[in-house]
Design a protein around this ligand. Structure first.
Ligand code: ASP
Length: 313
């Protein structure tokens, strides 16, 4: 950016993607999802309008989604095989590739904010499990007891597979839903940032970690190209290094954001069973929200200030 020049502002959020059945979407349910997505994207946009950083904006937006029981992150996180909630989250800043992430953390109200503390105050990039919890304690981030994370629907989902080896996505009957949340933003200084937060998969065992907290897999930001947050079958997104691949196609092949996202979502992920989608913004403020399944909970506010929210195509 030229000194004094102002970059356009842009922000997008997602609340997961999947095989969503429009027939199961009642008007009330749809209104509740749209309201939560709208609240999230506007809270991030307010930060940008006030001259705040893209990092502040994505953290604010993701916190709203983590506080909602509708999404598989924070409060609404799914149950693992022990009946606990183990959450993963990451933030990444495009100006210097600053990154912070946590994996398998319990009882942390807003894992995205803990991930940011890891970036800013730990000297490390990724903390896991008990150590991450000790760090959370030391940093005095907000903690909640197990009851806060209890949700009857997610408990019922877990009962269906409890005691088996099956791992399930966050789902309803006939649906297969990735309820992870994320945000990407471009601020007035031309800086990009991304954040992703998730409860992972129902009945997961062995300290399973998905793509969300892994830099380059589920979350990536680089001012040279774009900021990306993914949702979907984490194992495939890890193998595809999906978020970084969008960056690489732009940086090394000169593709536009739209073409790079299309290549990753529709060509690279499907052969790996990589069902899902991603949201991305480039340094000109172009927004792309794309997915290879029936729907993705999503909302955005573009450089012209136009707000949009959608679930299906
Ligand atoms: N990607 C997440 C994971 O595999 C799941 C999701 O997107 O909902 O942990």
């Amino acid at each position: 950016m030229m000194p004094g020049a102002k970059s356009p502002l842009a922000i997008a959020v997602h609340g997961g993607a999947g095989t969503l059945d429009p027939a199961l979407m009642t008007p009330d349910k749809e209104a509740a999802y749209r309201a939560a997505l709208g609240r999230a994207v506007r809270s991030g946009h307010q930060v940008l309008l006030a001259g705040g950083s893209s990092l502040d904006a994505v953290e604010a937006a993701v916190r709203v989604l983590e506080d909602s029981p509708l999404f598989n992150a924070g409060r609404g996180s799914v149950f693992n095989a022990q009946g606990l909630h183990e959450m993963d989250a990451a933030v990444m800043r495009g100006s210097d590739l600053g990154t912070g992430a946590v994996a398998g953390v319990q009882n942390v109200k807003n894992p995205v904010s803990l991930a940011r503390r890891v970036m800013e105050r730990s000297g490390h990039v990724l903390l896991s499990g008990r150590g991450a919890f000790e760090f959370a304690h030391q940093q005095r981030v907000e903690l909640e007891d197990d009851a806060y994370f209890f949700d009857q629907l997610r408990h019922d989902q877990w009962q269906e597979v409890r005691g088996t080896a099956a791992v399930r996505l966050d789902h309803s009957e006939g649906e297969k839903k990735f309820g992870t949340v994320g945000a990407v933003a471009l601020d007035a200084h031309g800086n990009l940032a991304a954040a992703t937060s998730t409860g992972g998969m129902t009945n997961k065992r062995w300290g399973r970690i998905g793509d969300s907290p892994v830099p380059g897999a589920g979350t990536y930001a680089n001012n040279a190209t774009c900021a990306v947050s993914c949702t979907g079958n984490g194992e495939a997104f890890l193998r595809a290094v999906a978020a970084h691949d969008v960056h690489a196609l732009m940086a090394y092949k000169g593709l536009s954001l739209q073409e790079a996202v299309r290549t990753v979502v529709h060509e690279k992920l499907p052969p790996l069973d990589g069902e899902g989608g991603l949201i991305a913004v480039d340094r000109q403020g172009h927004l792309v929200l794309d997915f290879n399944c029936t729907g993705m909970y999503r909302a955005s506010i573009n450089a012209q200030g136009v707000e949009q929210a959608a679930i299906f195509r």
